[in-house]
Design a binder for this molecule. Structure first.
Ligand code: AP5
Ligand code: MG
Length: 219
């Protein structure tokens, strides 16, 4: 059983690596950002509440995020191997997760900390394009004057509303102030594994999968 957290700044590659991990290790991927965007699309009460925080690049309050994640932990993730992408981001969220796992007699396997210099993060985020149908991620630089459509299904690619320069600047500062301190929390538990997020997605994936393959051998 693998219970993983992918920790990293906005644009560090959490979503990109999660997609590769899901294919190789048969994990369930839970991205709180994706769940919140789905709630916005579906016009739910939670989505309407979260939208202004997300568009501004601020954290959605803990009670809303914890409620969404707890529901998933009790249903889709129950008894399964999983990867949490973008959760937890605050001490209150980490404590909720710990309390849940303790009550279920479960524990985390690893927390990967994806490390990417800030200048690359800004470039990755302001150039990011996402397929509105299958969610595949791209960077604008690969298209030149070609049409912005998904290589997998030909659907149009969209820019996320929080990938404007202003929102990206806020997200990076929120990460440094409110989320980065969690690294110490997981380091003290002996769970934190720093991984360079530079190089191609496949190179980054090799670094992560080498650690996971070693871990699985000992299970
Ligand atoms: P969320 O959707 O989680 O956004 P984020 O954390 O800011 O991270 P991103 O999704 O932007 O980046 P990523 O690390 O997934 O990188 P990606 O793989 O896409 O959260 C959005 C908002 O929701 C938050 O701001 C907050 O408001 C709210 N929220 C979510 N969770 C919350 C929580 N727990 N508590 C409170 N609020 C919460 O890659 C980015 C780009 O780089 C892509 O273009 C990709 O193609 C490219 N790329 C990826 N890897 C590489 C590589 N190795 N080399 C070159 N380019 C690469
Ligand atoms: Mg993401």
């Amino acid at each position: 059983m693998l219970r993983l957290i992918l920790f990293g700044a906005p644009g560090s590659g959490k979503g990109t690596q999660s997609a590769l991990l899901v294919q190789r290790y048969n994990l369930i991927h839970l991205s709180t950002g994706d769940l919140l965007r789905l709630a916005i699309q579906a016009n739910t009460e939670q989505g309407l509440f979260a939208k202004s925080f997300m568009d501004a690049g601020r954290l959605v309050p803990d009670h809303v995020v914890n409620q969404i994640v707890l529901e998933q932990l009790k249903t889709t993730l129950h008894g399964k191997s999983f990867i949490l992408d973008g959760f937890p981001r605050t001490l209150a969220q980490a404590e909720m997760l710990d309390a849940f796992l303790l009550a279920e007699n479960q524990s985390l396997s690893k927390v990967f900390d994806l490390k990417v210099p800030e200048s690359s993060l800004v470039d990755r985020l302001t150039g990011r394009l996402t397929c509105q149908v299958c969610g595949t991620l791209y960077h604008a630089s690969r298209f030149g004057s070609q049409p912005l459509v998904c290589a997998k299904d030909g659907q149009p690619l969209l820019k996320r509303p929080d990938d404007s320069m202003e929102a990206v600047t806020n997200r990076l500062s929120v990460f440094n102030q409110q989320t980065a301190p969690l690294k110490e929390y997981y380091a003290q538990k002996g769970l934190l594994t720093p991984v360079s997020g530079e190089g191609t997605p496949d190179e980054v994936f090799k670094r992560i999968s080498d650690v996971l393959d070693g871990l699985l051998k000992t299970q």
